[in-house]
Design a protein around this ligand. Structure first.
Ligand SMILES: Cc1cc2nc3c(=O)[nH]c(=O)nc-3n(C[C@H](O)[C@H](O)[C@H](O)COP(=O)(O)O)c2cc1C
Length: 445
């Protein structure tokens, strides 16, 4: 668990103004206090007891409590009362998403060894495929819809500031390739309906297959069914993903710590909504045991979200200014079931269940491997987020390269359709077993 001294550094800091007219920046937030830099040294003998913190152009949060001098130009406002606690919760919710985007854009946020398990398998090439590129059929059906490629732009929050443009670029790219797209957690727009347009990607791409997104934390609220229905309506979702991210919540300073009663509520959601429900891990993978429990709830699909790619526990360490939390995050950076192992385990248990393999997939060859190992769709996050932050063309170009890699893997294995890929996958080349014996005995002529 995180220590009670855990805090989040704000970069850039947020401006504040007090009821007495003092001004400055909030530089750090913990669960108990805000660290305030104050502008005028002459005003700094006593600190403010009530401040308004500005976020963006239109939002502000009010905190009251007691200020303590921390250094000549820095106060700690120890917050008091349920109102301030709620404001702190809301403020953190606002800044968290923007921090995630910036950290994902600028830093190395993946498992340090990048091990997804897909490295363990390879294809046997076919030198005479008797196919042309035009013969390749990359179409794939998922939850009753046919797509041109087995690729999913996995759900990613774009934050309040950048979210609209990121989602627009991703949606246009998804539409151009006729592939499905997930949106990031819609929680912020359930709390603040004015943010709903950020997620409404069908306005750019009316025929897009959209997967809505909520966290397991929303299932713990009394009105969880209503929240699920509103999330579906908000984006006219064709499916609703509920993400589970225990590791991230457990390391995050302000994360949820109560993971009880999820399965029962998940079952109620599956029974009550006509929209298919997808359960989605975000980097720790789904074990066969967990999959068994999930199957009993009536879920429509699982995204195994395995280890090897974006490491959410580690990202929470990068957000924190506590060395203890960073150490914890380092410890868990490579936590989880590698994506390929999780995929194979769940597929063995549920031969017919629609499965998505997400987590560390970075090119078309890995997409082909995931399909060969039983995935229906292959989810890609980080590379597409980074491309979307650059521009519309960059997003399409990134997808184009992935699609091309998939086709190269197909033609080079002689796979006319995605289904054929499975026949060409192996753990080691068959010759490897006999290689030493044959060379030793010099019986190769
Ligand atoms: C910036 C960013 C924001 C994300 N936000 C969400 C989210 O709101 N909900 C969710 O279910 N997953 C979210 N994810 C997780 C991705 O859907 C995916 O499971 C994870 O990043 C692993 O895939 P990758 O290795 O290809 O990035 C996010 C990922 C990124 C990079």
């Amino acid at each position: 668990m995180t220590s009670m001294t855990d805090s989040i550094k704000l970069s850039p800091p947020l401006p504040w103004i007090s009821d007495q007219g003092q001004t400055g920046f909030v530089t750090e937030i913990s669960r108990q206090h805000l660290t305030l830099d104050i502008f005028e040294a002459s005003q700094a003998s006593s600190g403010p007891n009530e401040i308004r913190v500005m976020v963006g152009k239109s939002q502000s949060f009010v905190f009251s409590g007691q200020s303590r001098l921390a250094s000549p130009r820095t106060f700690r406002l120890m917050i008091h009362g349920a109102d301030s606690e709620q404001q702190l919760h809301d403020l953190l919710g606002q800044v968290r998403k923007d921090q995630h985007i910036e950290i994902c854009r600028d830093q190395d946020v993946e498992a340090s060894d990048r091990f997804t398990g897909f490295q363990r398998v390879q294809f046997i090439p076919e030198a005479l495929p008797e196919l042309s590129f035009d013969d390749l059929n990359t179409e794939q059906s998922f939850l009753g819809t046919c797509f041109d490629y087995p690729i999913l732009i996995t759900g990613m929050t774009g934050g309040v500031d950048k979210g609209t443009e990121i989602n627009r670029r991703l949606a246009l790219a998804a539409e151009a390739y006729n592939i499905p797209m997930g949106v990031g957690s819609q929680r912020v727009a359930l709390d603040n309906p004015e943010y709903a347009p950020i997620f409404d990607v069908k306005k750019y791409a009316p025929n897009l297959f959209v997967i809505g997104n909520l966290g397991f934390a929303q299932l713990k609220q009394d009105n969880y069914l209503d929240l699920c229905r509103r999330a579906v309506d908000m984006v006219s979702a064709d499916a609703l993903a509920i993400h589970v991210n225990v590791l991230q919540e457990a390391i995050q300073m302000e994360g949820d710590r109560d993971f009880t009663d999820i399965l029962k509520r998940l079952e109620t959601v599956c029974q009550s909504l006509s929209t298919p429900i997808v359960i989605k891990e975000v980097g720790s993978g789904i074990s066969s045991n967990t999959a068994q429990k999930l199957l009993e709830t009536g879920i429509a699909a699982i995204d195994v979200g395995g280890r090897g790619g974006t490491s959410w526990g580690y990202i929470e360490g990068l957000r924190s200014s506590s060395s203890e939390t960073m150490e914890l995050a380092e410890t868990f950076r490579n936590w989880g079931i590698p994506t390929a192992y999780s995929l194979v385990g769940v597929r063995a248990l549920a031969p017919q269940l629609p499965l998505i393999a997400t987590g560390g997939v970075r090119n078309g060859l890995t997409v082909a491997k995931a399909i060969a190992l039983g995935a229906d769709l292959v989810g890609i996050g980080l590379p597409l987020l980074r491309a979307a932050l650059q521009g519309e063309q960059e997003t399409r170009d990134t997808l184009a390269t992935i699609v091309r890699g998939l086709k190269v893997a197909m033609i080079a294995t002689g796979s006319r359709s995605l289904r054929d890929l499975e026949q060409h996958i192996c753990l080691s080349h068959p010759m490897e077993k006999n290689f030493d014996d044959i060379v030793q005995s010099k019986s190769f002529y």
